[in-house]
Design a protein around this ligand. Structure first.
Ligand code: SF4
Length: 227
């Protein structure tokens, strides 16, 4: 079914843009911390998600281990059809050990529900599993240290579609430096899995006018899954 046909079909069923709901602005944090160099040891081998999670509980492969409260491994169904990948944990995720909680997480939950899924039917993860202090972007060596874990998650879950949330994750997974506006709405692949980039829910909290664009992107995902 083409995206335009899918839109008409959904609207005929009485759906409206489910992302068009009031949300609060997200607070950002500021840090002047200057971290030490990353320390990368040999990456262990895992046979399943449980083994991966067990290792990550004590992971010290990069400097992000020094100030974290929790390793936010990721959560969801081991056989998820859709995998969402964000940048890294924020303060609330660091506190709870769960990905995408707080206001941005609630908006992601609404996005998932709008697609016809429960949150637990999908898998939600981040490029790095520990919170960068002050919500700064992860550094290249931190990404290099942690990327093997995201790769293993993709290999174990083998989702039908990966949705990259925000420019950082989109750049990391597509291997480009293009702005998100140039990446969204176009399919690429990550480890053989179809990949679509869209705006991060935290961005939508600041720019709610772009919710329509995200819903358009999610309809492309639904059309891909329907094939
Ligand atoms: Fe380990 Fe990744 Fe956390 Fe670095 S960010 S300490 S590599 S789990």
């Amino acid at each position: 079914m083409k995206p335009r046909d899918l839109t008409r079909y959904l609207e005929d069923l009485g759906w409206r843009d489910p992302l068009d709901l009031p949300v609060e602005q997200r607070r950002s944090e500021v840090s002047n911390e200057t971290p030490p160099d990353a320390t990368v040891g040999a990456a262990p081998e895992f046979t399943d998600l449980a083994g991966l999670a067990q290792f990550l509980e004590g992971c010290t492969r990069c400097r992000l281990s020094e100030q974290r409260r929790s390793v936010v491994v990721g959560e969801g169904a081991a056989d998820a059809r859709v995998m969402f990948v964000g940048e890294g944990p924020g303060a609330e995720e660091d506190r709870t050990g769960r990905p995408f909680v707080g206001q941005a997480g609630k908006l992601l939950d609404r996005m998932i529900l709008a697609m016809g899924f429960e949150r637990g039917q999908t898998y939600i993860a981040n490029v790095v599993k520990c919170r960068p202090p002050g919500n700064r972007d992860p550094k290249d060596d931190e990404i290099a240290a942690c990327s093997t874990f995201l790769d293993r998650q993709v290999e174990f879950i083998r989702p039908e579609v990966i949705v990259a949330l925000g420019r950082f994750a989109a750049n990391r997974l597509t291997g480009t430096e293009k702005p998100l506006g140039a990446l969204r709405g176009r399919w690429s692949h990550y480890k053989g899995v179809p990949l679509l980039a869209t705006y991060h829910p935290a961005y939508l909290l600041r720019t709610p006018a772009d919710k329509r664009k995200v819903w358009d992107d999610l309809k492309l995902v639904l059309a891909k899954l329907a094939r």
